[in-house]
Design a protein around this ligand. Structure first.
Ligand code: NAI
Length: 302
């Protein structure tokens, strides 16, 4: 079987100074990519800045014979995002791959959360995905080729106590993907989202110590990198993973129920009396776009 390689590919990995992002950067380089190692070098909560986080990973790559350049901008501003992409284009001439991975936490129960804690998390994860992806897509369109990975979390997909800000931001990137995949469908630019799980500084106080080896961040890397490969033709998918388990997850609709005839008003009581049928997830299926809803309303609209 032919090995997947990233020869002549230029890859940006945000937040690649440690944790899961570092794994992506190292493996992309081992398989031939030229890598932009972005990292602001902040604490888990997003404070401070330290250039050495990205620099260390670049040194690791270069020492192993690979090609990489560091970038220390924050993903959370447009100027930062543009500069990250400019670093790739000025150094290596193009952008083929973008993994939006940078992230912070400001966990707090909803009623105690401050506006600052809300904004900081939304800015890094959600606005950051916009700020880096928009200039990257401009560069990708020049070559009509690209592979983009967004990083969500099961906290956003399913919920987690104390993470309303983080969950909203992580679910938000799924919203970006859902529409952007349609806007780019005429190019060979594929966009997917992963929900990783790993032992990192983000989770040391969440997982029991015996998970340290089993939740190795490496286990997230092959899935993310497969999605970044030319071989991958999937777009608009979400994959959850951890410890060597990989599975697709999706927003789906059940069969639901048509009430009335699209002419007479529907009463609250009709909803009450049919709530179970409306709530059924039988025959659940995903949709390519919002237009999928018309499939259900069809009998009422024809
Ligand atoms: P980590 O804390 O080890 O690494 C995140 C990196 O992002 C850090 O090096 C940090 O300096 C950098 N960063 C933070 N804000 C930045 C900014 N504004 N601009 C540039 N760089 C910035 O975290 P880990 O565990 O490797 O997480 C990677 C991604 O995976 C994050 O998006 C995280 O939310 C997500 N994730 C991780 C899970 C886990 O189990 N570790 C679970 C679900 C999602």
């Amino acid at each position: 079987m032919e090995k997947i390689n990233f020869n002549n590919r230029v890859a940006i990995v945000t937040g690649a100074g440690q944790g899961i992002g570092r794994m992506y950067a190292l493996e992309l380089s081992r398989r031939g990519a030229k890598v932009i190692v972005n990292d602001l070098g902040v604490t888990r909560e997003g404070s401070g800045s330290d250039d050495s986080a990205a620099d260390r990973v670049v040194e690791e790559i270069v020492t192993a014979g690979g090609q990489a350049v560091a970038n220390h901008d924050s993903v959370a501003t447009m100027a930062g995002g543009q500069n990250i992409v400019r670093t790739a284009v000025d150094t290596y001439g193009k952008v083929d791959i973008l993994i939006n991975n940078a992230g912070i936490l400001r966990d707090k129960s909803f009623m105690k959360m401050t506006e600052e804690e809300w904004d900081l998390v939304i800015n890094v994860h959600l606005k950051g995905a916009f700020c880096v992806t928009q200039p990257a897509v401009k560069a990708m369109k020049e070559n009509e080729y690209g592979r983009i990975v967004f990083t969500a979390s099961t906290s956003g997909l399913y919920g987690n106590f104390g993470q309303t800000n983080y969950g909203a931001a992580k679910m938000g990137v799924v919203g970006i993907m859902n529409s952007l995949k349609l806007e780019l469908s005429k190019y060979d630019i594929k966009i997917n989202t992963i929900a990783p799980t790993a032992w990192s500084r983000m989770t040391t106080d969440v997982f029991p110590p015996e998970f340290e080896d089993k939740m190795n961040p490496q286990f997230n890397e092959p899935m993310a990198l497969y999605l970044c490969s030319q071989e991958n033709t999937a777009t608009g998918h979400i994959y959850a993973m951890g410890a060597g388990w990989y599975g697709r997850t999706s927003i789906v609709s059940g069969d639901g129920l048509c009430l009335g005839n699209a002419k007479r008003p529907i009463s609250i009581e009709e909803i009450r009396d049919n709530f179970e049928k409306i709530s059924t997830m039988e025959n659940k299926r995903a949709h390519e776009s919002a237009l999928g809803m018309f499939e259900y309303m069809g009998p009422l609209l024809s």
